[in-house]
Ligand binder design. Structure first.
Ligand code: ZN
Length: 183
């Protein structure tokens, strides 16, 4: 296991369009890209992220990983099993959008209110090079839009419609998060 260094906003790699993966390069179980994918998953878990895109760990490749289970930053959302997506493409965006507070390992400490489509169709390959196609809704749809944006050089700030709804994590908790009533 190796933890990878997370690229932060200002690093030009976050603003590049990532290269498509040649599926032949996914190779066998111990291939270089398979090790890299394992390192991405380890890094996402270590950093407490719910998703990570390869450009965020300094490789301009179209790979994202997702996993969600009871993360403190997103309480109450449905879980997402560990998922690896290669060359993912979203289409058939639903008509509705929902506003949600997002954060990003590349924008440490910031939270912002971001509009996202409530449903999307995902077409991608898994780490074995098999085709994956599904309709995603809810939190999974939001995470997919956030992570796949990274493959196109975009971060959540670019999607915000109102920058007055950008906050540091501490101020987010103090001023924006609904506090539980004191009993
Ligand atoms: Zn991000």
């Amino acid at each position: 296991m190796a933890l990878l260094k997370v690229a932060k906003l200002g690093n030009p790699i976050l603003r590049q369009v990532a290269k498509q993966v040649n599926l032949k390069e996914l190779g066998g179980q111990h291939g270089e890209l398979q090790c890299f994918i394992d390192d991405m998953i380890d890094t996402m878990r270590e950093e407490d992220g719910v998703g990570l895109a390869a450009p965020q760990v300094n490789r301009s490749l179209q790979i994202v990983v997702l996993e969600y289970e009871n993360n403190e930053r997103y309480p109450g959302e449905l879980s997402i099993p560990v998922t690896v997506l290669v060359n993912p493409v979203l289409s058939d965006f639903g008509l509705e959008k929902v506003l949600g507070w997002e954060s990003c390992l590349s924008l440490a400490d910031f939270r912002g209110l971001v509009p996202r489509y409530t449903s999307v169709t995902l077409k991608a390959y898994n780490r074995n090079g098999d085709k994956v196609e599904k309709r995603a809704t809810g939190f999974e749809a939001v995470v997919l839009q956030h992570e796949i944006d990274h493959l196109h050089g975009k971060v959540f700030l670019d999607r915000m419609e109102d920058l007055t709804q950008l906050a540091y994590q501490e101020e987010f908790e103090e001023f924006w998060l609904k506090k539980k009533p004191v009993l």
